[in-house]
Design a protein around this ligand. Structure first.
Ligand code: UD1
Ligand code: CA
Length: 483
Protein backbone atom coordinates (compact mmCIF):
# COMPACT_ATOMS: atom_id res chain seq x y z
CA UNK A 1 0.00 0.00 0.00
CA UNK A 2 2.80 2.30 0.92
CA UNK A 3 4.51 1.81 -2.42
CA UNK A 4 1.41 2.69 -4.39
CA UNK A 5 0.94 5.83 -2.34
CA UNK A 6 4.48 6.90 -3.09
CA UNK A 7 3.99 6.25 -6.78
CA UNK A 8 0.91 8.41 -6.86
CA UNK A 9 2.63 11.35 -5.20
CA UNK A 10 5.51 11.08 -7.60
CA UNK A 11 3.07 10.97 -10.49
CA UNK A 12 1.36 14.15 -9.34
CA UNK A 13 4.64 15.97 -9.14
CA UNK A 14 6.05 14.84 -12.40
CA UNK A 15 5.76 18.21 -14.20
CA UNK A 16 7.84 19.95 -11.52
CA UNK A 17 10.34 17.13 -11.17
CA UNK A 18 11.25 17.88 -14.78
CA UNK A 19 13.11 20.94 -13.50
CA UNK A 20 15.74 18.67 -12.04
CA UNK A 21 17.60 19.92 -9.01
CA UNK A 22 21.20 18.98 -8.23
CA UNK A 23 21.54 16.24 -5.60
CA UNK A 24 21.86 17.69 -2.10
CA UNK A 25 25.14 17.91 -0.27
CA UNK A 26 24.99 17.04 3.40
CA UNK A 27 26.78 18.42 6.44
CA UNK A 28 26.52 16.29 9.60
CA UNK A 29 27.42 18.14 12.80
CA UNK A 30 29.26 15.81 15.15
CA UNK A 31 31.88 17.92 16.88
CA UNK A 32 30.07 18.64 20.12
CA UNK A 33 31.28 17.34 23.45
CA UNK A 34 28.02 15.76 24.57
CA UNK A 35 28.82 16.34 28.23
CA UNK A 36 25.29 15.44 29.32
CA UNK A 37 26.00 11.77 28.49
CA UNK A 38 28.61 11.63 31.31
CA UNK A 39 30.78 9.35 29.23
CA UNK A 40 34.35 9.04 28.01
CA UNK A 41 32.88 7.98 24.68
CA UNK A 42 31.92 10.85 22.34
CA UNK A 43 28.15 11.18 22.28
CA UNK A 44 27.77 10.37 18.60
CA UNK A 45 29.52 7.00 19.13
CA UNK A 46 26.93 5.72 21.55
CA UNK A 47 24.73 3.12 19.90
CA UNK A 48 21.10 2.35 19.36
CA UNK A 49 19.99 -0.94 17.85
CA UNK A 50 23.66 -1.72 17.29
CA UNK A 51 24.52 1.33 15.17
CA UNK A 52 26.36 4.41 16.41
CA UNK A 53 24.19 7.52 16.45
CA UNK A 54 26.45 8.98 13.79
CA UNK A 55 26.20 5.91 11.53
CA UNK A 56 22.42 6.03 11.82
CA UNK A 57 22.40 9.68 10.73
CA UNK A 58 24.80 9.05 7.84
CA UNK A 59 22.73 6.03 6.73
CA UNK A 60 19.67 8.30 6.68
CA UNK A 61 21.60 10.90 4.68
CA UNK A 62 22.69 8.24 2.20
CA UNK A 63 19.03 7.37 1.76
CA UNK A 64 18.43 10.66 -0.08
CA UNK A 65 21.23 10.00 -2.61
CA UNK A 66 23.38 12.99 -1.74
CA UNK A 67 26.26 14.05 -3.92
CA UNK A 68 28.49 14.46 -0.90
CA UNK A 69 28.44 13.92 2.86
CA UNK A 70 30.63 16.07 5.07
CA UNK A 71 31.03 15.25 8.75
CA UNK A 72 32.25 17.90 11.16
CA UNK A 73 34.25 16.33 13.98
CA UNK A 74 36.03 17.89 16.96
CA UNK A 75 35.62 16.51 20.46
CA UNK A 76 37.62 13.26 20.76
CA UNK A 77 37.85 13.28 17.04
CA UNK A 78 40.30 10.36 16.73
CA UNK A 79 37.69 7.86 17.78
CA UNK A 80 34.94 9.55 15.78
CA UNK A 81 37.12 9.54 12.65
CA UNK A 82 38.10 5.91 13.25
CA UNK A 83 34.43 4.96 13.44
CA UNK A 84 33.93 6.47 9.96
CA UNK A 85 36.79 4.64 8.27
CA UNK A 86 35.35 2.74 5.36
CA UNK A 87 32.51 5.22 4.90
CA UNK A 88 32.38 7.60 2.00
CA UNK A 89 32.41 10.85 3.98
CA UNK A 90 34.57 13.95 3.93
CA UNK A 91 35.84 14.86 7.38
CA UNK A 92 36.24 18.45 8.53
CA UNK A 93 37.61 19.47 11.92
CA UNK A 94 36.05 22.05 14.21
CA UNK A 95 38.30 22.87 17.13
CA UNK A 96 37.39 24.47 19.49
CA UNK A 97 33.63 23.79 19.40
CA UNK A 98 32.10 27.26 19.03
CA UNK A 99 28.53 26.17 18.45
CA UNK A 100 26.37 24.70 15.71
CA UNK A 101 26.68 27.83 13.56
CA UNK A 102 30.45 27.65 13.65
CA UNK A 103 30.33 23.90 12.91
CA UNK A 104 28.10 24.55 9.89
CA UNK A 105 30.62 27.13 8.64
CA UNK A 106 33.43 24.58 8.88
CA UNK A 107 31.29 22.09 7.01
CA UNK A 108 30.45 24.62 4.31
CA UNK A 109 34.14 25.14 3.58
CA UNK A 110 34.24 21.55 2.26
CA UNK A 111 31.19 21.85 0.00
CA UNK A 112 31.86 21.54 -3.67
CA UNK A 113 30.67 24.48 -5.72
CA UNK A 114 27.27 24.17 -7.20
CA UNK A 115 23.73 25.32 -6.86
CA UNK A 116 22.18 22.25 -5.21
CA UNK A 117 20.61 22.39 -1.76
CA UNK A 118 22.57 21.77 1.42
CA UNK A 119 21.21 19.60 4.20
CA UNK A 120 22.50 20.13 7.71
CA UNK A 121 21.87 17.32 10.19
CA UNK A 122 22.80 16.71 13.81
CA UNK A 123 24.92 13.67 14.51
CA UNK A 124 22.87 13.03 17.64
CA UNK A 125 19.41 12.65 16.05
CA UNK A 126 19.31 9.01 14.91
CA UNK A 127 15.55 8.55 14.57
CA UNK A 128 15.17 10.77 11.53
CA UNK A 129 14.16 8.84 8.39
CA UNK A 130 15.14 9.33 4.77
CA UNK A 131 11.44 9.68 3.88
CA UNK A 132 11.08 12.74 6.10
CA UNK A 133 14.31 14.18 4.78
CA UNK A 134 13.02 13.72 1.24
CA UNK A 135 9.85 15.62 2.15
CA UNK A 136 11.93 18.49 3.50
CA UNK A 137 14.03 18.60 0.32
CA UNK A 138 10.88 18.56 -1.84
CA UNK A 139 9.18 21.28 0.18
CA UNK A 140 12.16 23.56 -0.26
CA UNK A 141 12.34 22.88 -3.96
CA UNK A 142 8.60 23.15 -4.66
CA UNK A 143 8.16 26.41 -2.77
CA UNK A 144 11.50 27.82 -3.89
CA UNK A 145 12.53 28.39 -0.27
CA UNK A 146 15.75 29.73 1.13
CA UNK A 147 15.35 27.33 4.00
CA UNK A 148 13.02 24.51 5.05
CA UNK A 149 13.71 23.09 8.50
CA UNK A 150 12.13 20.29 10.47
CA UNK A 151 10.03 20.98 13.55
CA UNK A 152 8.31 18.60 15.96
CA UNK A 153 6.08 18.60 19.02
CA UNK A 154 7.63 16.34 21.66
CA UNK A 155 5.79 15.54 24.91
CA UNK A 156 8.36 17.71 26.70
CA UNK A 157 10.20 20.53 24.99
CA UNK A 158 12.90 20.67 27.72
CA UNK A 159 15.91 22.64 26.49
CA UNK A 160 15.10 22.42 22.80
CA UNK A 161 15.01 25.50 20.62
CA UNK A 162 11.44 26.87 20.31
CA UNK A 163 9.91 27.76 16.96
CA UNK A 164 8.40 31.24 17.04
CA UNK A 165 5.68 31.94 14.47
CA UNK A 166 3.74 35.14 13.78
CA UNK A 167 -0.06 35.56 13.92
CA UNK A 168 -0.34 34.12 10.39
CA UNK A 169 1.65 31.06 11.38
CA UNK A 170 4.76 32.10 9.47
CA UNK A 171 8.09 31.22 11.05
CA UNK A 172 9.92 34.22 12.49
CA UNK A 173 12.81 32.73 14.45
CA UNK A 174 14.07 29.96 16.66
CA UNK A 175 14.84 30.88 20.26
CA UNK A 176 17.15 28.78 22.42
CA UNK A 177 16.07 28.28 26.03
CA UNK A 178 18.86 30.49 27.38
CA UNK A 179 17.38 33.40 25.44
CA UNK A 180 13.67 32.58 25.61
CA UNK A 181 11.01 34.51 27.46
CA UNK A 182 8.66 32.64 29.82
CA UNK A 183 6.01 32.80 27.11
CA UNK A 184 8.31 31.45 24.42
CA UNK A 185 9.31 28.64 26.77
CA UNK A 186 5.70 27.44 26.65
CA UNK A 187 5.66 27.14 22.84
CA UNK A 188 4.98 23.50 21.92
CA UNK A 189 6.83 23.38 18.61
CA UNK A 190 10.54 22.63 18.77
CA UNK A 191 13.42 22.79 16.31
CA UNK A 192 14.69 19.36 15.29
CA UNK A 193 18.07 20.65 14.07
CA UNK A 194 17.46 19.37 10.52
CA UNK A 195 17.81 22.01 7.81
CA UNK A 196 17.60 22.17 4.04
CA UNK A 197 19.13 25.42 2.75
CA UNK A 198 19.60 26.73 -0.75
CA UNK A 199 23.35 27.01 -1.12
CA UNK A 200 23.07 30.74 -1.67
CA UNK A 201 20.94 31.35 1.46
CA UNK A 202 23.29 29.21 3.55
CA UNK A 203 26.30 31.33 2.59
CA UNK A 204 24.36 34.51 3.21
CA UNK A 205 23.09 33.45 6.64
CA UNK A 206 26.35 31.93 7.90
CA UNK A 207 28.16 35.13 6.98
CA UNK A 208 25.91 37.09 9.29
CA UNK A 209 25.96 34.90 12.41
CA UNK A 210 27.20 36.58 15.55
CA UNK A 211 28.15 35.16 18.92
CA UNK A 212 25.34 34.45 21.33
CA UNK A 213 25.61 36.88 24.26
CA UNK A 214 24.85 34.10 26.78
CA UNK A 215 27.73 31.69 26.02
CA UNK A 216 29.69 33.17 23.13
CA UNK A 217 28.69 30.39 20.70
CA UNK A 218 27.51 30.82 17.12
CA UNK A 219 24.01 29.36 16.84
CA UNK A 220 22.96 27.90 13.51
CA UNK A 221 19.40 28.54 14.65
CA UNK A 222 20.00 32.29 14.23
CA UNK A 223 20.05 31.68 10.47
CA UNK A 224 16.24 31.54 10.57
CA UNK A 225 15.80 35.11 11.80
CA UNK A 226 18.65 36.37 9.62
CA UNK A 227 16.76 35.08 6.58
CA UNK A 228 13.19 35.96 7.59
CA UNK A 229 14.09 39.49 8.67
CA UNK A 230 15.58 40.23 5.25
CA UNK A 231 12.53 38.96 3.36
CA UNK A 232 13.80 35.41 2.87
CA UNK A 233 11.42 32.49 2.38
CA UNK A 234 11.64 30.10 5.32
CA UNK A 235 9.27 27.32 6.34
CA UNK A 236 9.19 25.09 9.39
CA UNK A 237 7.91 21.68 8.33
CA UNK A 238 6.45 19.65 11.15
CA UNK A 239 7.44 15.98 11.36
CA UNK A 240 4.48 13.59 11.16
CA UNK A 241 6.02 11.53 13.93
CA UNK A 242 7.53 13.69 16.67
CA UNK A 243 10.11 11.02 17.49
CA UNK A 244 11.92 11.75 14.24
CA UNK A 245 13.04 15.08 15.58
CA UNK A 246 14.43 13.69 18.74
CA UNK A 247 18.08 14.37 19.54
CA UNK A 248 19.93 12.33 22.14
CA UNK A 249 21.58 14.33 24.89
CA UNK A 250 21.36 12.03 27.93
CA UNK A 251 21.57 8.34 28.78
CA UNK A 252 17.85 8.30 29.53
CA UNK A 253 17.13 9.64 26.05
CA UNK A 254 19.49 7.05 24.57
CA UNK A 255 17.62 4.23 26.33
CA UNK A 256 14.27 5.60 25.20
CA UNK A 257 15.52 5.95 21.61
CA UNK A 258 16.78 2.36 21.71
CA UNK A 259 13.27 1.20 22.49
CA UNK A 260 11.77 3.27 19.69
CA UNK A 261 14.32 2.10 17.15
CA UNK A 262 13.92 -1.54 18.18
CA UNK A 263 10.17 -1.32 17.76
CA UNK A 264 10.56 0.27 14.34
CA UNK A 265 12.83 -2.55 13.21
CA UNK A 266 10.24 -5.09 14.36
CA UNK A 267 7.50 -3.19 12.57
CA UNK A 268 9.51 -3.17 9.35
CA UNK A 269 9.86 -6.96 9.61
CA UNK A 270 6.12 -7.34 10.19
CA UNK A 271 5.31 -5.00 7.31
CA UNK A 272 7.48 -7.16 5.07
CA UNK A 273 5.35 -10.18 5.98
CA UNK A 274 7.48 -11.88 8.63
CA UNK A 275 5.98 -13.40 11.78
CA UNK A 276 7.62 -12.36 15.02
CA UNK A 277 6.44 -14.83 17.63
CA UNK A 278 7.58 -12.83 20.65
CA UNK A 279 8.43 -9.18 19.89
CA UNK A 280 9.55 -8.57 23.47
CA UNK A 281 12.51 -10.96 23.20
CA UNK A 282 13.39 -10.48 19.54
CA UNK A 283 16.13 -8.13 18.35
CA UNK A 284 16.22 -7.13 14.71
CA UNK A 285 18.91 -4.80 13.38
CA UNK A 286 17.97 -1.78 11.27
CA UNK A 287 19.47 -3.17 8.06
CA UNK A 288 17.97 -6.64 8.19
CA UNK A 289 15.61 -7.52 5.35
CA UNK A 290 12.73 -10.00 5.51
CA UNK A 291 10.67 -11.80 2.91
CA UNK A 292 7.09 -12.90 3.46
CA UNK A 293 6.32 -15.83 5.74
CA UNK A 294 9.67 -15.85 7.47
CA UNK A 295 9.09 -16.85 11.10
CA UNK A 296 11.22 -15.62 13.97
CA UNK A 297 10.86 -17.42 17.30
CA UNK A 298 11.54 -15.98 20.79
CA UNK A 299 15.01 -14.94 21.99
CA UNK A 300 16.44 -14.47 18.54
CA UNK A 301 18.82 -11.73 17.43
CA UNK A 302 19.22 -10.97 13.72
CA UNK A 303 21.61 -8.21 12.82
CA UNK A 304 23.94 -6.67 10.26
CA UNK A 305 22.93 -6.94 6.63
CA UNK A 306 21.14 -10.25 7.05
CA UNK A 307 18.37 -11.30 4.68
CA UNK A 308 15.75 -13.75 5.91
CA UNK A 309 14.08 -15.18 2.85
CA UNK A 310 10.64 -16.51 2.06
CA UNK A 311 9.22 -19.02 4.51
CA UNK A 312 12.43 -19.61 6.45
CA UNK A 313 12.35 -20.09 10.19
CA UNK A 314 14.71 -19.01 12.95
CA UNK A 315 14.22 -21.05 16.11
CA UNK A 316 14.80 -19.76 19.67
CA UNK A 317 18.11 -18.60 21.16
CA UNK A 318 19.80 -18.06 17.82
CA UNK A 319 21.98 -15.19 16.69
CA UNK A 320 22.32 -14.39 12.99
CA UNK A 321 24.73 -11.67 11.84
CA UNK A 322 25.31 -10.71 8.18
CA UNK A 323 23.78 -13.91 6.82
CA UNK A 324 21.42 -14.93 4.08
CA UNK A 325 18.88 -17.48 5.24
CA UNK A 326 17.41 -19.02 2.11
CA UNK A 327 13.80 -19.86 1.37
CA UNK A 328 12.37 -22.59 3.54
CA UNK A 329 15.56 -22.99 5.57
CA UNK A 330 15.32 -23.68 9.30
CA UNK A 331 18.01 -22.45 11.69
CA UNK A 332 18.24 -23.12 15.42
CA UNK A 333 17.55 -23.46 18.22
CA UNK A 334 20.74 -22.29 19.98
CA UNK A 335 22.78 -21.48 16.89
CA UNK A 336 25.36 -18.81 16.15
CA UNK A 337 25.74 -17.72 12.51
CA UNK A 338 27.94 -15.00 11.13
CA UNK A 339 28.70 -14.19 7.51
CA UNK A 340 27.08 -17.40 6.29
CA UNK A 341 24.69 -18.29 3.48
CA UNK A 342 22.16 -20.95 4.23
CA UNK A 343 20.60 -22.31 1.07
CA UNK A 344 17.01 -23.20 0.30
CA UNK A 345 15.46 -25.80 2.64
CA UNK A 346 18.72 -26.35 4.48
CA UNK A 347 18.54 -27.20 8.15
CA UNK A 348 21.00 -25.92 10.76
CA UNK A 349 21.19 -26.85 14.44
CA UNK A 350 20.39 -27.16 17.21
CA UNK A 351 23.70 -25.90 18.66
CA UNK A 352 25.57 -25.25 15.43
CA UNK A 353 28.06 -22.50 14.71
CA UNK A 354 28.49 -21.20 11.18
CA UNK A 355 31.39 -18.80 10.85
CA UNK A 356 32.21 -16.35 8.03
CA UNK A 357 32.60 -17.82 4.60
CA UNK A 358 30.22 -20.71 5.21
CA UNK A 359 28.01 -21.50 2.24
CA UNK A 360 25.36 -24.16 2.50
CA UNK A 361 23.71 -24.89 -0.82
CA UNK A 362 20.20 -26.31 -0.99
CA UNK A 363 18.94 -29.15 1.25
CA UNK A 364 22.11 -29.24 3.33
CA UNK A 365 21.97 -30.55 6.88
CA UNK A 366 24.27 -29.19 9.60
CA UNK A 367 23.45 -30.65 12.99
CA UNK A 368 24.38 -30.25 16.62
CA UNK A 369 27.86 -29.23 17.71
CA UNK A 370 29.05 -28.66 14.17
CA UNK A 371 31.34 -25.71 13.45
CA UNK A 372 32.05 -24.49 9.94
CA UNK A 373 34.35 -21.76 8.63
CA UNK A 374 35.08 -20.92 4.98
CA UNK A 375 33.33 -24.12 4.11
CA UNK A 376 31.08 -24.84 1.17
CA UNK A 377 28.63 -27.70 1.58
CA UNK A 378 27.04 -28.53 -1.73
CA UNK A 379 23.47 -29.65 -2.35
CA UNK A 380 22.23 -32.35 -0.03
CA UNK A 381 25.50 -32.73 1.93
CA UNK A 382 25.17 -33.68 5.59
CA UNK A 383 27.26 -33.08 8.69
CA UNK A 384 24.93 -34.04 11.45
CA UNK A 385 26.97 -34.23 14.63
CA UNK A 386 30.14 -32.99 16.37
CA UNK A 387 32.18 -31.85 13.39
CA UNK A 388 34.64 -29.12 12.42
CA UNK A 389 34.78 -28.16 8.76
CA UNK A 390 37.24 -25.33 8.07
CA UNK A 391 38.59 -24.27 4.65
CA UNK A 392 36.70 -27.12 3.07
CA UNK A 393 34.61 -27.98 0.06
CA UNK A 394 32.11 -30.76 0.61
CA UNK A 395 30.59 -32.24 -2.54
CA UNK A 396 26.92 -32.74 -3.23
CA UNK A 397 25.32 -35.52 -1.24
CA UNK A 398 28.47 -36.26 0.77
CA UNK A 399 27.96 -37.58 4.28
CA UNK A 400 30.22 -36.41 7.07
CA UNK A 401 30.03 -38.75 10.08
CA UNK A 402 29.97 -37.77 13.73
CA UNK A 403 33.20 -36.35 15.10
CA UNK A 404 34.91 -35.68 11.75
CA UNK A 405 37.52 -32.95 11.85
CA UNK A 406 39.30 -31.12 9.06
CA UNK A 407 42.78 -30.46 10.46
CA UNK A 408 43.19 -27.23 8.48
CA UNK A 409 45.86 -25.46 10.52
CA UNK A 410 49.47 -26.54 10.82
CA UNK A 411 50.38 -23.87 13.36
CA UNK A 412 51.36 -21.41 10.65
CA UNK A 413 49.07 -21.71 7.68
CA UNK A 414 45.56 -22.80 6.83
CA UNK A 415 45.12 -25.59 4.29
CA UNK A 416 42.22 -26.76 2.18
CA UNK A 417 40.25 -29.99 2.30
CA UNK A 418 38.23 -31.16 -0.66
CA UNK A 419 35.62 -33.87 -0.28
CA UNK A 420 34.09 -35.25 -3.47
CA UNK A 421 30.49 -35.61 -4.45
CA UNK A 422 28.77 -38.54 -2.74
CA UNK A 423 31.76 -39.30 -0.48
CA UNK A 424 31.21 -40.94 2.91
CA UNK A 425 33.50 -39.90 5.76
CA UNK A 426 33.21 -42.36 8.64
CA UNK A 427 32.81 -41.12 12.18
CA UNK A 428 35.74 -39.81 14.20
CA UNK A 429 38.01 -39.35 11.19
CA UNK A 430 40.58 -36.62 10.82
CA UNK A 431 41.32 -35.17 7.40
CA UNK A 432 44.79 -33.62 7.58
CA UNK A 433 44.82 -30.78 5.05
CA UNK A 434 45.79 -30.19 2.34
CA UNK A 435 43.99 -33.31 1.27
CA UNK A 436 41.40 -34.48 -1.25
CA UNK A 437 38.89 -37.25 -0.82
CA UNK A 438 37.59 -38.28 -4.23
CA UNK A 439 34.12 -38.61 -5.60
CA UNK A 440 32.14 -41.52 -4.11
CA UNK A 441 35.17 -42.40 -1.97
CA UNK A 442 34.82 -43.86 1.51
CA UNK A 443 36.83 -43.19 4.65
CA UNK A 444 36.52 -45.85 7.34
CA UNK A 445 35.52 -44.68 10.80
CA UNK A 446 38.38 -43.61 13.05
CA UNK A 447 40.85 -42.96 10.19
CA UNK A 448 43.47 -40.27 10.04
CA UNK A 449 43.72 -39.29 6.39
CA UNK A 450 47.01 -37.70 5.37
CA UNK A 451 47.09 -38.65 1.68
CA UNK A 452 44.56 -38.07 -1.10
CA UNK A 453 41.88 -40.73 -1.50
CA UNK A 454 41.09 -41.58 -5.17
CA UNK A 455 37.54 -41.52 -6.53
CA UNK A 456 35.55 -44.55 -5.44
CA UNK A 457 38.27 -45.90 -3.10
CA UNK A 458 38.01 -46.90 0.56
CA UNK A 459 40.65 -45.43 2.84
CA UNK A 460 41.32 -46.99 6.22
CA UNK A 461 44.12 -45.92 8.50
CA UNK A 462 43.18 -47.31 11.84
CA UNK A 463 45.16 -50.03 13.66
CA UNK A 464 43.61 -53.47 12.99
CA UNK A 465 41.60 -54.75 15.93
CA UNK A 466 42.87 -57.64 18.09
CA UNK A 467 40.48 -59.63 20.29
CA UNK A 468 42.16 -61.39 23.25
CA UNK A 469 39.72 -64.17 24.17
CA UNK A 470 39.21 -64.75 27.93
CA UNK A 471 41.34 -61.74 28.84
CA UNK A 472 38.91 -60.38 31.49
CA UNK A 473 38.86 -63.61 33.47
CA UNK A 474 42.65 -63.86 33.36
CA UNK A 475 42.93 -60.30 34.69
CA UNK A 476 40.59 -61.05 37.55
CA UNK A 477 42.70 -64.13 38.35
CA UNK A 478 45.93 -62.09 38.46
CA UNK A 479 44.33 -59.61 40.82
CA UNK A 480 43.09 -62.44 43.12
CA UNK A 481 46.60 -64.07 43.43
CA UNK A 482 48.16 -60.73 44.48
CA UNK A 483 45.92 -60.03 47.52
C1 UD1 B 1 20.31 22.15 18.98
C2 UD1 B 1 19.59 23.42 18.51
C3 UD1 B 1 18.18 23.43 19.07
C4 UD1 B 1 17.44 22.16 18.68
C5 UD1 B 1 18.25 20.92 19.07
C6 UD1 B 1 17.61 19.69 18.46
C7 UD1 B 1 21.31 25.13 18.25
C8 UD1 B 1 21.92 26.35 18.84
N1 UD1 B 1 20.32 24.58 18.94
O1 UD1 B 1 20.43 22.22 20.39
O2 UD1 B 1 17.47 24.54 18.58
O3 UD1 B 1 16.17 22.14 19.30
O4 UD1 B 1 19.60 21.00 18.56
O5 UD1 B 1 18.23 18.53 18.95
O6 UD1 B 1 21.69 24.71 17.20
N2 UD1 B 1 27.85 20.46 17.43
C9 UD1 B 1 29.04 20.69 16.76
N3 UD1 B 1 29.82 21.73 17.16
C10 UD1 B 1 29.48 22.56 18.17
C11 UD1 B 1 28.27 22.31 18.86
C12 UD1 B 1 27.47 21.26 18.45
O7 UD1 B 1 29.39 19.97 15.84
O8 UD1 B 1 30.25 23.48 18.46
C13 UD1 B 1 27.03 19.32 17.01
C14 UD1 B 1 26.82 18.31 18.12
O9 UD1 B 1 27.80 17.29 18.07
C15 UD1 B 1 25.44 17.77 17.84
C16 UD1 B 1 24.74 18.91 17.10
O10 UD1 B 1 25.75 19.79 16.67
O11 UD1 B 1 25.49 16.64 17.02
C17 UD1 B 1 23.74 19.63 17.99
O12 UD1 B 1 24.45 20.16 19.10
P1 UD1 B 1 23.86 20.12 20.57
O13 UD1 B 1 24.84 20.72 21.49
O14 UD1 B 1 23.37 18.78 20.91
O15 UD1 B 1 22.64 21.13 20.39
P2 UD1 B 1 21.33 21.21 21.28
O16 UD1 B 1 21.64 21.88 22.54
O17 UD1 B 1 20.68 19.89 21.34
CA1 CA C 1 21.26 17.82 20.78
Amino acid sequence: MKASKRKKTMGQRRPRAAQAEAAPQVIVLAAGIGSRMRSTLPKVLHRIAGRTLLDAVIDTAEGVSPSRIITVVGARRDSVEASLSGRDVTIVVQDPPLGTGDAARRGRSALSNGSGPVLILSGDAPLLTSATLTKLIERRRENGLDLAFLTFRPPETGDLGRVVRDAKGRVRRIVETGNATARQMRLPEANAGVYCFSSEALSRALGKLSRNPVNGEYYLTDAVEILTSSGGAVEGVEAEDWREGWGINTRAELAAAEEIERRRCLERALDAGASIVDPATTRIGPKVRFEPDAVVHPFVCIDGTSVVEQGSEILPFTRVIDCVIGPGAVVGPHCELEGARVGPRSRVGPFARLRPGTVLEEDVRVGNFVETKKAVLRAGAKASHLTYLGDADVGAGANIGAGVITCNYDGEKKHHTSIGEGAFIGSDSQLVAPVTVGKDAWVGAGSTITRDVPDGALALSRVPQKNLEGWAARRRGRKGSKS
